[in-house]
Design a protein around this ligand. Structure first.
Ligand code: FE2
Length: 323
């Protein structure tokens, strides 16, 4: 028996299928982002057009029939409302037509759990970094078993910060990786550095870097922006490691594809004798398998399916971890 998951929180419409914790299909179609960024209704339209074919191709890849699906998960949030709604509607329609339970899943939880599972981690600290989200989480038993947020961005996500900077600098997508390329060979210039306990903020550094483009070369600005913002993340994560005494660290989400961020985190982890892993790129990119995986864990641990809603501001720390 298998569990199917649908992810549609942003530019990706992804469908994954899990069988006993194993990914047996993971298909997706991605909306191409132009220089204007993402216009939610346009992306939702793209998802609606592709939903059926991506679901069908995932089922074909898994080599199962629709009768083998015993539950369906979908991303309830956070994300863009119109896009989330397409995933929710597709999942709901399928679940009702084949008569199986439907599990709304928090997107960040999907990223964390698919990474934890891939590397057989027991009790890691997770640095979840993407466009819209930047959080440090770890399992906590009180007042119920959940991923407690130890630290997070006080304004924008580190990925959005890099994207906004890239747009201001006239760089082409994919923005994060373009900034990384431009940063090569740059020299350090002073940047604002904002860490408050285990929280951090990126709006100030974005404003500073954008202004600096008028009097400094783009390579120096990109380099300094990347070094400083990643150092902020590392400092906050280091504090969480010291506080919790946990011995495993994972990073996940779109920005976790950054080679420089992974290098900095792994050096810091080594100093504390902490095991460090980052998910492979195909799992850090948004995908349906991570949603299916959480839905399967919910199903097998007896979680009661919640109301099939979407919540653009869904938080990972509000989900009960029943597994
Ligand atoms: Fe994501």
């Amino acid at each position: 028996m298998a569990v199917l998951g649908i992810e549609s929180s942003a530019h990706t419409f992804g469908v994954g299928i899990i069988e006993n914790g194993k990914i047996i299909a993971n298909r997706k179609r991605m909306y191409k982002i132009g220089k204007t960024g993402m216009i939610p209704v346009k992306v939702a339209e793209f998802h609606s057009k592709n939903a059926r074919s991506v679901i069908e191709s995932a089922i074909a890849e898994a080599g199962i029939s629709i009768a083998d699906i015993e539950a369906i998960g979908y991303t309830k949030g956070p994300g863009l409302g119109p896009c989330l709604r397409v995933g929710q509607l597709s999942a709901k329609t399928l679940a009702v037509s084949i008569g199986v339970p439907l599990f709304p899943v928090n997107h960040g939880l999907g990223h964390i759990e698919v990474t934890r599972q891939a590397f057989h981690m027991h009790d890691p600290i997770a640095l979840y970094v993407s466009g819209g989200n930047s959080q440090i989480l770890a399992l906590d038993e009180q007042p119920f078993r959940h991923y407690k947020v130890y630290g997070e961005t006080l304004d924008i996500g580190v990925g959005n910060m890099l994207d906004n900077f890239a747009r201001a600098a006239g760089l082409n997508p994919a923005w994060g990786s373009t900034v990384a390329k431009v940063a090569l060979g740059g020299s350090y210039i002073q940047m604002p550095y904002t860490v408050k306990g285990m929280d951090f903020a990126f709006a100030g550094i974005l404003t500073h870097a954008t202004k600096a483009l008028s009097y400094t070369g783009v390579s120096d600005v990109a380099y300094s922006l990347q070094e400083t913002s990643f150092a902020m993340l590392c400092e906050a994560v280091e504090r969480a490691i010291m506080l919790t005494g946990k011995k495993e660290l994972l990073t996940c989400g779109g920005v976790a594809q950054s080679a420089r961020l992974k290098e900095m985190l792994s050096l810091m982890a080594m100093e504390h004798a902490v095991r460090f892993v980052a998910a492979p790129d195909e799992l850090n990119a948004d995908n349906g398998a991570m949603i299916a995986l959480v839905a399967e864990k919910m199903l097998y641990s007896g979680a009661r399916p919640e109301a099939p809603i979407i919540n653009q501001r869904s938080r990972p720390d509000s989900a009960v971890v029943t597994w």
